[in-house]
Write a protein that binds this ligand. Structure first.
Ligand code: AMP
Length: 556
């Protein structure tokens, strides 16, 4: 490249190609993520033409992971994390074990020794943070129960991965067939104890010191009134804590960033902090996919078709089945189990780190590495498809009891239907919804709220307002709110596209239901009306009307 600017060329070529391929595949209705991966393949060493610097691409991807995990932490409280431990901990452990055993079995068939087989299996066991979070965020599932379980599960996998990285070097001899007696117990116990101690020290430091200092710092900066400084503070905190955690405590960047976000989640500034990181986060997440694509050697598809198929089978079906089974065993619903298993049916960044360590310790052959890398890119590509399939399966189940339109729809078992009738269903209890709610209460009109923000849900519960928690666009929600018997539906959320989905679903349940929705532009009004809203209120227009009225009053 010109002037030898590898960082710049990797960023620029990466983003430009990702944009081109993303836009192209979007046209044929494939997730843009596939386009980003293809951009990576084109920039990678296995295809002719420009080859970007893999190390730089990987580092850029790490920044993407940090910002993503920070964002997730912002939506998470310690209580949330604690509340899913009963399922996330055994779930992740069972799934990792199942994947390891399956990987080992495949390795055995390919003629590898036990150590290499186990290493291969471990590399197939952990899902990619970025892929999982993107899928969850796209569906606004992060703040729902299944979202929390998946994130908790991810945290356990992350810690397991950190431990594996530490334990592999001392265990490498044993795994490669050295006699067990040659390895003193202390060589194993020490690194394990030290690593666990460091993780614990980091967590305690964050909870005791970080919890006070970081929100204080952000509040202080917020009061300076400088948007630029506030933005900078958010980035400095997320990246700084993640980096410090990795350097000083040997925990992963992802875990460090997650904690930095989590201790901020209690502060009211967290929403603002989250929105500040969004654009940069999305750009770096794109570079993550590009960096994955660069690792892919397409020739493996013709050289090793059968082992590759077996690898894919383990990641897509073996791991999913194990996850599905354990979530069901713990008494969660079918749809929760399906969502979680779909979100985990891929592998990514952890696997890349594990395979490179495996190869350097002679615990993995180049062939094993190539299979893992190919498995990663293909399963990441297939993941959106997996979710689409899931949506279809759930929708079919939902549509199964096809009743005449005026009959009460038969809900699926997991959400009880509200006993309220002739009530108002209010979607969203933010700036708009809460004002409406107060008026309804004052007018003694029965109402029920659908809300997905944990903080708001807590407040609603304290005020003893009926609330159904989760995304109103998700299956079952409107049925559970008994919209069929309601006097009206108010869609008071800012996102008109999601609003459109909710309106369409409600309209499918009842043709007579009065639906009033919220919009911010003419296009949104048309969109919502097209989906069946009777009336759409545009916030900006109402503000203007009120201003005109007030100036009229003042000048009269
Ligand atoms: P505001 O823009 O301040 O009126 O806030 C909108 C509120 O709606 C927030 O509290 C969001 O958590 C909530 N919200 C947004 N989208 C959804 C959704 N799809 N389902 C349920 N609640 C939502």
């Amino acid at each position: 490249m010109h002037h030898n600017t590898p960082l710049m060329s990797t960023v620029v070529v990466g983003l430009v190609l990702a944009f081109i391929f993303g836009a192209l595949v979007q046209r044929i209705r494939i997730s843009p993520l596939v386009g980003y991966l293809l951009a990576g393949v084109v920039m990678g060493p296995f295809t002719p033409g420009y080859v970007a610097d893999q190390n730089i691409a990987n580092e850029l991807a790490e920044i993407g992971i940090i910002l993503l995990m920070f964002g997730v932490g912002l939506h998470f409280s310690l209580k949330d994390l604690w509340s899913v431990r009963a399922i996330a901990l055994p779930g992740a452990v069972v799934q990792i074990t199942a994947a390891t055993v399956m990987g080992w079995a495949l390795g055995w068939m390919l003629g590898w020794n036990t150590g290499k087989g186990i290493m291969f299996g471990i590399a197939l066991s952990t899902a990619s943070t970025v892929v999982l979070l993107r899928a969850m965020q796209e569906r606004r599932l992060i703040d729902t129960e299944r979202g929390r379980i998946s994130v908790g599960w991810l945290i356990v996998e992350d810690i397991a991965c950190v431990l594996t990285l530490v334990m592999l070097p001392p265990l490498a001899g044993l795994m490669n067939g050295q006699a067990a007696g040659d390895i003193a117990l202390s060589t194993l116990a020490w690194p394990l104890a030290i690593t666990l101690g460091k993780v614990a020290a980091f967590v305690v430091l964050m909870l005791v010191v970080g919890r006070r200092v970081i929100p204080w710092l952000l509040h202080y900066i917020a009061h300076t009134g400088s948007r630029e400084l506030f933005r900078l503070a958010v980035f400095a905190i997320s990246l700084g804590v993640a980096f410090g955690a990795a350097i000083l405590f040997d925990v992963s960047f992802a875990l460090g960033a997650f904690f930095a976000g989590m201790i901020l989640s209690e502060s009211e500034l967290s929403q603002r902090a989250a929105s500040e990181t969004l654009p940069l986060r999305d750009a770096f997440a794109v570079l993550f996919f590009v960096s994955v694509g660069m690792l892919f050697d397409p020739s493996i598809i013709v050289k090793e078709p059968l082992p590759l198929l077996a690898t894919l089978f383990i990641i897509l079906f073996g791991k999913s089945l194990a996850a599905y089974a354990i979530v069901r065993v713990f008494g969660h619903s079918n749809s929760t189990a399906l969502t979680i298993s779909a979100s985990l049916a891929q592998i990514g960044e952890f696997s890349f780190i594990l395979v490179s360590l495996g190869v350097s310790l002679s615990l993995m052959t180049e062939r094993g590495r190539d299979l893992v890398l190919a498995g990663a890119i293909i399963t990441i590509m297939l993941n959106p498809l997996w979710f689409a399939l899931l949506d279809r399966v759930l929708a079919e189940k939902e549509g199964a009891p096809k009743a005449p339109p005026d009959a009460k729809p038969v809900p699926r078992v997991e959400l009880p239907v509200s006993a309220l009738t002739n009530h108002v269903v209010l979607v969203g209890y933010g700036r708009v919804g809460s004002v409406v709610g107060r008026a309804l209460r004052a007018g003694n009109i029965p109402f029920l709220v659908i809300e997905d923000n944990p903080g708001t849900i807590e407040r609603l519960r304290q005020e003893s307002i009926d609330v159904i928690t989760g995304n109103a666009a998700a299956p079952d929600m409107l049925q559970a709110a008994n919209v069929a018997a309601a006097r009206g539906l108010l869609v008071a959320i800012p996102d008109a596209f999601e609003g459109g989905q909710i309106v369409a679903k409600a309209r499918a349940i009842s043709t007579a239901l009065p639906i009033i929705a919220r919009a911010h532009s003419e296009e949104e009004i048309a969109h919502l009306k097209h989906h069946g809203a009777n009336s759409v209120i545009m916030g900006e227009q109402e503000i203007a009307k009120a201003m005109i009225a007030q100036i009229g009053v003042a000048s009269a």
